[in-house]
Design a protein. Structure first.
Length: 406
């Protein structure tokens, strides 16, 4: 174990140095809303948006007591959870399977280009996923009360992982009934604390916002109604070549992974039908579950592991930018009198520039402004003409912003 500890310690430290060499930069408007919630928590005012992410807000507020910078507080919280995610995966798989498999899981997870997405986006995904696997670790070692507390923290960090909790509860009810009572009591009491905080700070208006947001998610914006991207594009990409091994891994059924198989397939179905393919981050939990399955068949295949790590690093380091595309654009613009018409980062731009910012979703207004005013046309799509300037993403899944060069 001593040799593994050294490898894990050094590589985790190096990865942390790499991530904190980046300045905090918002992936999208949701990240901005989260940082606003640390300063002034109000789901009604989109600070942040529903469901509110109370654990992230409370933890962010605690960090902010020491540094008085809500954006950097959020960056510290979300990036550290991503940085330590491979570590908790190591401990979990060590208990579930064995140490060698756990080390391969750690190395493939740490080198995964998808980890950079979690580390740099300033969103809830990294916090929810870290505490989810931490809760599974405590469940595996029969610490049921602790597991319930941690899983509640995970749920109130990333409630859109709801399918994990529903399917997980059903699985535990059938296959680990001894855990169910202590797990539910501790989960329920911890959840009651977060729910109380939500209602004490937002009142009954929280329920009206919940209804509006959930309806909007499934009927207007949340499942890819306005996107040209598909889950097929996201899954069958060059960066995902290592996951061809997943087909072989799944055919080598291991009953120790039955719970994880159930979680994996349930979640894949969930994202295909209920999540927006425009945001590749929605499939990241499935990515790390797939890494676990693949690692289980590579225990003695060191050369293949080495090749996969090199491939992952090649993908990760093919992204050269340090700032998010919106911040790159902000550094580029020189004319404050031009109107910015954009389909992405509307709130970020409105907060950081003097220009008027217009949502391209309102197509008639956008067309009128194009014809009658000097504008910047900014889009994640490339159908704005042949002559454009591209502001590239920092990691896999961060869309480039393209500025039409008038």
């Amino acid at each position: 174990m001593g040799r593994y500890k050294i490898i894990i310690g050094i590589t985790t430290f190096c990865y942390a140095l790499f991530i904190f060499s980046y300045p905090p930069s918002f992936y999208n408007d949701d990240a901005l809303f989260l940082s606003r919630g640390i300063d002034n928590f109000s789901v009604i005012d989109f600070s942040p948006h529903f469901p509110g992410y109370p654990f992230i807000i409370l933890c962010g507020k605690f960090i902010n007591l020491f540094i008085s910078d809500s954006v950097y507080s959020l960056f510290i919280l979300t990036s550290l959870c991503a940085i330590f995610l491979p570590l908790i995966l190591f401990f979990y798989i060590k208990e579930l399977q064995d140490e060698k498999t756990a080390l391969i899981v750690f190395l493939l997870s740490l080198s995964s280009p998808y980890l950079n997405n979690l580390s740099l986006s300033l969103l809830s995904d990294s916090v929810g996923l870290f505490f989810l696997f931490l809760g599974l670790y405590f469940l595996q070692i029969n610490k049921y009360k602790t597991s319930g507390i941690v899983l509640s923290i995970a749920f109130f960090s990333r409630p859109s992982y709801l399918v994990f909790y529903i399917v997980g509860l059903l699985y535990i009810s059938f296959f680990k009934r001894v855990a169910i009572k202590e797990l539910l009591i501790s989960f329920g009491l911890t959840s009651l604390f977060f729910i109380s905080y939500l209602f004490l700070t937002n009142g009954m208006l929280y329920l009206y916002e919940a209804e509006r947001f959930i309806f909007g998610h499934f009927t207007v914006w949340g499942t890819g109604q306005n996107t040209q991207v598909s889950w097929f594009n996201n899954i069958f990409s060059f960066a995902n070549i290592p996951f061809l091994l997943l087909f072989y891994a799944l055919f080598n059924f291991d009953k120790k992974f039955l719970f994880l198989y159930v979680l994996f397939f349930s979640y894949v179905i969930w994202i295909l039908f209920a999540q927006n393919p425009d945001n590749i981050r929605h499939m990241i939990p499935a990515v790390f579950l797939a890494i676990i399955f693949i690692s289980s068949i590579l225990k003695e295949k060191y050369f293949i592991v080495f090749v996969l790590i090199v491939f992952n690093l090649y993908i990760s380091f093919s992204y050269k930018q340090k700032l998010a595309p919106a911040d790159q654009f902000i550094k580029y613009i020189t004319e404050n009198n031009r109107i910015i018409i954009t389909n992405r980062s509307i709130e970020i731009l409105s907060e950081k520039v003097q220009n008027k910012v217009v949502d391209h979703y309102y197509i008639n207004s956008a067309n009128y402004l194009k014809q009658n005013h000097k504008v910047y046309i900014l889009s994640t799509e490339k159908d704005i003409g042949e002559n454009y300037i591209e502001f590239k993403g920092r990691f896999i899944g961060e869309h480039s912003l393209n500025l039409k060069n008038n």
